[in-house]
Design a binder for this molecule. Structure first.
Ligand code: SF4
Ligand code: SF4
Length: 440
């Protein structure tokens, strides 16, 4: 087992241009202590905003309790909730080869994320090669995929024992493929139903794996029905029944207002919040309000992706952002974002620009799939369509799409109910037709 490296802390870089967030910190409670204390009055910060709560929490934490890895003077770090890990505000997602990831490592990024199902099932193997080499410099997470909601859910209410067996099997497989002896976090992948978070057998499965030294922290991710599952998490947290330290949420500037209050409250409960899929799921520059966007002068010298990322880091205030990095240009562009300092006027300008260009992106609400009489996972189709068109990942997009197993030409009756249900007004039947033509 690689121990956490703990050093004394004399300088921190996390701060926002207006509120100058204090160094993040924590009380250093263990899991049981924390759960006992979690009932409602988490760290006494229930009336404060997310950043103020973070600052208040920081003031209560002895510096020696914080866990530092791969510290670099040009990177900004924030305490990742009650894990006490000082995380680079930019994390390495699954995209990008190991050469790019090593560049990130050399510039102070210290969080690497993967899953069994990424890159056609090969991403854990690839990330494992780098992770083993630099294991003591990174926080490494993977996901129990195909169990809790993505891709698909393997159990229903009352089938917790089955879910627990599968959790252990998936975790052991991840460790074997990654060739590491432990993970810093193992997420339940793609939780879209509240009951999953209440499944006590899964809580016990995590505790068992944690005691065996296989995983340090418990987490879950969501990219569908986020409002409902986040609300359930908060309810459970207030009852001391939410044994998860980290939540990874698909969120973009357009969907942020719908979950903002929940995210802030969960931060007040000292949960680490990680943002993924921050650029939305419409083609850049093709949204209905592109004209409005173009009227705003770009004084910030950021491209459209970087503007979305800057928004999620500095306005939405997630603790950590998983960003898209396909080449050196992306890496360099993204690395400048955590340390940005903006005047209030620039901040307002950024907000106006991002909201204009991102209007009409997916809210990750799942209403389209729920409305489909043919039980098509319409939002999944949209996601892979965006991989194809927004990110240019043609091969991955097609592989993911084919794995859904649909013959959309036959399955979709073009009834239009998905479009009617969509609060973002996305022309989903058109997406379905295009996906069937390009990605099948
Ligand atoms: S248009 Fe197609 S995908 Fe949309 S609800 Fe109807 S059958 Fe489902
Ligand atoms: S209904 Fe619209 S906003 Fe909601 S998940 Fe589907 S595409 Fe996204």
């Amino acid at each position: 087992m690689v121990p956490d490296s703990i050093t004394s802390v004399t300088s921190h870089m996390d701060g926002d241009w207006e509120d100058q967030t204090m160094p993040d910190g924590a009380s250093g409670l263990n899991r049981r202590d924390f759960l006992h204390r979690a009932a409602g009055a988490a760290l006494g910060a229930s009336t404060l905003t997310g950043d103020a709560a973070r600052a208040e929490q920081a003031a209560k934490v002895p510096p020696e309790k914080l866990v530092w890895r791969n510290k670099h003077p040009d990177m900004v770090y924030r305490r990742l909730g009650r894990t006490n890990f000082m995380c680079s505000r930019l994390a390495a997602g699954w995209r990008g080869n190991n050469r790019l990831k090593q560049m990130l490592l050399e510039r102070g990024v210290n969080y690497f994320d993967t899953s069994r199902v990424y890159a056609g099932g090969n991403n854990e193997k690839e990330v494992g090669e780098l992770a083993r080499k630099f294991r003591d410099r990174i926080f490494l997470s993977s996901k129990a995929s195909g169990l809790a909601g993505y891709p698909g859910r393997a159990f229903e209410p009352g089938e917790g024992a089955k879910a627990a067996r599968m959790y252990h099997k998936l975790l052991d497989t991840s460790l074997r493929v990654l060739k590491v002896d432990h993970l810093d976090c193992y997420y339940l992948h793609g939780v879209d139903k509240p009951f999953v978070l209440e499944t006590e057998e899964l809580h016990a499965a995590y505790e068992k794996a944690h005691k065996a030294g296989k995983v340090k922290h418990n987490g879950w991710t969501t990219h569908r029905n986020a409002q409902e599952v986040l609300a359930k998490a908060l309810e459970l947290e207030e009852q001391g029944r939410h044994p998860f330290d980290l939540i990874m949420v698909a969120c973009n500037p357009n969907s942020w207002p719908g979950i903002k209050d929940l995210i802030v409250k969960l931060q007040q409960h000292d949960i680490g919040l990680i943002c993924m899929k921050a650029t939305g799921q419409v083609r850049h520059g093709s949204g209905p309000h592109v004209g409005e966007m173009l009227e705003l002068a770009d004084t910030l010298q950021l491209n459209d992706r970087e503007r979305s990322y800057a928004y999620m880091l500095h306005i939405a205030k997630f603790d950590v952002l998983i960003s898209e990095m396909q080449n050196v240009k992306h890496v360099e562009g993204n690395l400048k974002l955590p340390g940005m300092r903006l005047a209030a006027a620039d901040r307002r300008r950024l907000e106006a620009m991002v909201l204009a260009e991102q209007r009409g992106t997916c809210h990750h609400c799942g209403r389209c799939a729920a409305a489909c009489p043919e039980v098509i996972e319409v939002d999944d189709v949209l996601r892979y369509h965006s991989y194809y068109h927004n990110y240019g990942h043609h091969q991955d997009a097609c592989e993911h799409f084919r794995a859904l197993g649909y013959d959309l030409v036959r399955a979709c009756s073009e009834c239009g109910r998905c479009k009617e249900a969509c609060p973002a007004g996305i022309d989903l039947p058109a997406v379905i037709v295009e996906a069937a033509r390009q990605m099948a």
